[in-house]
Design a protein around this ligand. Structure first.
Ligand SMILES: Nc1nc2c(ncn2[C@@H]2O[C@H](COP(=O)(O)OP(=O)(O)O)[C@@H](O)[C@H]2O)c(=O)[nH]1
Ligand SMILES: [Mg+2]
Ligand SMILES: [Zn+2]
Length: 277
């Protein structure tokens, strides 16, 4: 039988298959392959003996939280309270690009914006749309549900952005606490949560605050550069131009001419610099 691991507690691997859960064990490393199964892994298992037989080839995996086969990320992005953070958005976009994960930007709290604020902010949002990223409002519950079908989706974003609120609308049964996180942080509690995939219709979702400590250090500079996908539209005179200190650079020119969002370029510089330290 084929299924997906949705939770691991010690050596109990909860494998979901056709909406049923099987508590399987895993005998050491899988066969002669040196693989430790992760949440998100597709596996074959023996449903009579409840033993995992094989871990199927991974599409991708993340380190923190440790999870595999994420198809897409919904970047829950608050426009106000907390204010839109393009810094965080660009970091999350790069992170997902580096992990070959489809990106969906979900905007929240549009209702708190004045008309003027809306105009200003949506100029910037439009830029991301033009890059090819899907942008959707958190009020479009039906459409978001559709996006989740047959996919494993991670929800991430700033504390207070409205992740729990959104997840509760997608599935009221979850009844996640909203607006509570800051209180918990204030008390200095660090609840290490078990990584778990929840089922919604034919899809699975992971709610994680855990992408905040994004560590780009292990990625080569060239990959960081390419995670800013619009840079590829420009052919620079120097082969493998990093668009930093090169004298002639079409990306830098595009930033000056306003064809590349200045903040995007700044965030790229910042990322490359933290990476070098
Ligand atoms: N005005 C407004 N408030 C929202 C919206 N989405 C969430 N909130 C509120 O924002 C606060 C934080 O939401 P929560 O879901 O706990 O955020 P989380 O930290 O990302 O899980 C709560 O008080 C929510 O009621 C929205 O679209 N508009
Ligand atoms: Mg929450
Ligand atoms: Zn260049």
């Amino acid at each position: 039988m084929k299924g997906q691991i949705v939770k691991i507690i010690r050596n109990i691997h909860v494998v979901e298959c056709n909406h049923k859960k099987y508590n399987c064990t895993c005998r050491g490393k899988i066969r002669n392959k040196n693989i430790t199964p992760l949440v998100g892994d597709y596996v074959t298992f023996d449903k009579d003996n409840l033993v995992i037989e094989e871990v199927l080839k991974r599409k991708n995996f993340f380190n923190r939280p440790l999870v595999a086969n994420i198809d897409q990320a919904i970047l829950v992005t608050s426009l106000k309270e907390p204010n839109l953070s393009l810094d965080l958005l660009d970091k999350l976009i790069s992170w997902m690009e580096l992990h070959h994960t489809k990106i969906i930007i979900c905007l929240t709290k549009e209702d708190l914006l004045t008309k003027e604020e809306k105009e200003e902010i949506f100029k910037k949002i439009k830029y991301y749309q033009n890059l090819g990223y899907m942008v959707i409002s958190n009020t479009k519950i039906k459409d978001i549900k559709k996006l989740l079908e047959h996919k494993t989706t991670v929800f991430t974003g700033q504390t207070g952005a409205g992740k729990s609120t959104l997840l509760n609308k997608l599935n009221p049964n979850w009844n996640l606490k909203t607006g509570e996180v800051s209180k918990a942080l204030g008390r200095g509690r660090h609840t290490t949560r078990v990584v778990e995939l929840f089922t919604i219709g034919s899809g699975k979702v992971l709610d994680t605050p855990g992408f905040s400590a994004l560590d780009f250090k292990n990625f080569p500079a060239l990959e960081l550069r390419d995670s800013f996908i619009e840079f590829k539209n420009y052919q620079c005179p120097f082969k493998d131009c990093m668009h930093l200190n090169e004298k002639q650079c079409n990306v830098k020119q595009a930033v000056e001419q306003g064809n590349i969002l200045q903040s995007r370029y700044r965030h790229y510089q910042k990322l490359i610099n933290t990476n070098r330290r």
